[in-house]
Design a protein around this ligand. Structure first.
Ligand SMILES: Nc1ncnc2c1ncn2[C@@H]1O[C@H](COP(=O)(O)OP(=O)(O)OP(=O)(O)O)[C@@H](O)[C@H]1O
Ligand SMILES: [Mg+2]
Length: 392
């Protein structure tokens, strides 16, 4: 059996349909106008100036529809002109003159219709060109804006890198300076420490002398600790890396300063994500980092508060996944002018003798050599938040 494959007829699109209706409307109006002019032509006799009125429907049809409509209306107008002339009747003229005149009129009408549609096409073309240029210009403007935005971003990144380089150079200088001072002070301190030990062993003659010697011993120990911190900051020992569970380190470090937190009536909230991927960490160093951060948080909440410890895992498609630790407190927060300085060595707001200002500098150094990052910001709800990020 033969099967016929007939292509389904596509219905006209709404735009085409709209165009067609508009053309039909123009044709109807033009024909109406031709009829009106022909009646006027017949009533006024063979008045030439009235014949010129036929140009109105011709121009209207040619301009608002198309060339075919213009020519069609021109033909109808010539026929109407002939009809009116025949009805009026010109006894003095040869009958062929009327037909000759009609032919001439038809040609003139047709030329006008053709010229007008040519003009319309030229105008349309010009409008299309202007539109294309406008679109192109708009594209160029948006491309230029994008390029400017990119340039601004690159500039900001460059500035950020420049700041980091300056910061690194500053740290390097401070580190070298601290190492130099520490080495120079370490030997005299050793002598002082041995001296106080010697006098303490010799049994002081009275209680005042014993108390003074003990104060001296404590001060020398404190100075020794600061020197060790300075040395560790300027030239950290190589890391002893092993795959560690960050949650475990958080819990251990918490145990180390539990007494301080209890003493200050600080509530601890642990939001530790279970099954966190293990990270290559130096256990002792990381405990040092966390104890420093917890101590700072506790010191910022002398009248009690809440210490929140949160671990998170952030998987990203086009960047390395990260393990994040947040240490939040409900303390006083950081004044704006201190925010850029807190990681600088020796920056402290504590009274002399109570803080070295090395805590966060060491935290920064240790996290940095682990390949991570640390920031300290204010929380919108009040208090501060330290954020540690480690790439996997
Ligand atoms: N959680 C926090 N809330 C508010 N301010 C903080 C917080 N942590 C640190 N700071 C500010 O940053 C400063 C520097 O802290 P850093 O730990 O380096 O030194 P420190 O605590 O002053 O001294 P040290 O650590 O030797 O006892 C602090 O003096 C304090 O002003
Ligand atoms: Mg501190």
């Amino acid at each position: 059996m033969r099967q016929e494959h007939t292509q389904p007829l596509e219905p006209p699109s709404p735009v085409e349909q709209g165009d067609r209706i508009q053309t039909l409307g123009v044709v109807a109006v033009s024909l109406g106008l031709v009829l009106a002019v022909s009646i006027l032509d017949y009533v006024t006799g063979s008045e030439v100036s009235v014949s010129l009125l036929y140009l109105i429907p011709i121009c209207y049809g040619a301009w608002f529809a198309n060339r075919c409509v213009g020519l069609f209306v021109a033909g109808i107008s010539a026929a109407a002109w002939l009809g009116a002339d025949l009805l009026v009747g010109h006894s003095t003229l040869h009958p062929l003159v009327i037909f000759w005149n009609t032919l001439m009129i038809a040609c003139i009408f047709a030329v006008i219709a053709i010229l007008l549609t040519g003009l319309k096409r030229a105008q349309n073309k010009l409008e299309a060109t202007v539109w294309q240029r406008t679109v192109k210009l708009r594209e160029e403007v948006s491309e230029r804006r994008l390029a400017e935005e990119k340039l601004r971003q690159t500039n900001a990144e460059l500035q950020c890198m420049q700041m980091q380089l300056i910061e690194a150079a500053k740290m390097e200088t401070v580190g070298r300076f601290a190492a130099g001072v520490a080495h120079e002070v370490k030997n005299p301190l050793m002598t002082l420490s041995m001296g106080t030990d010697y006098f303490l062993q010799r049994k002081p003659s009275n209680a005042d002398e014993a108390a003074l010697l003990q104060d001296m011993k404590d001060s020398v120990n404190r100075a020794g600790n600061i020197i060790n911190l300075m040395l560790d900051f300027s030239k950290p020992h190589p890391l002893n890396l092993a795959p560690e569970d960050l949650n475990g380190i958080v819990e251990n470090s918490l145990r180390l300063i539990r007494h301080l937190l209890d003493k200050q009536q600080i509530v601890v909230v642990c939001q530790l994500l279970p099954d966190l991927p293990k990270l290559p960490l130096d256990l002792t160093r990381m405990e040092h980092v966390l104890v420093n951060l917890f101590t700072n948080a506790a010191q910022a909440m002398p009248d009690g508060g809440t210490l929140t410890l949160r671990t998170r895992y952030m998987a990203a498609q086009d960047a390395p996944s990260q393990v994040i630790l947040e240490v939040e407190d409900t303390g006083s927060g950081l004044p704006a002018e201190h925010q850029s300085k807190v990681f600088e060595p020796f920056f402290t707001t504590k009274p002399p003798g109570q803080g070295t200002g090395l805590g966060l500098a060491i935290v920064h150094r240790i996290v940095q050599i682990h390949g991570g990052s640390v920031t300290l910001d204010n929380r919108p709800e009040g208090g501060a938040r330290a954020t540690l990020k480690f790439n996997l």
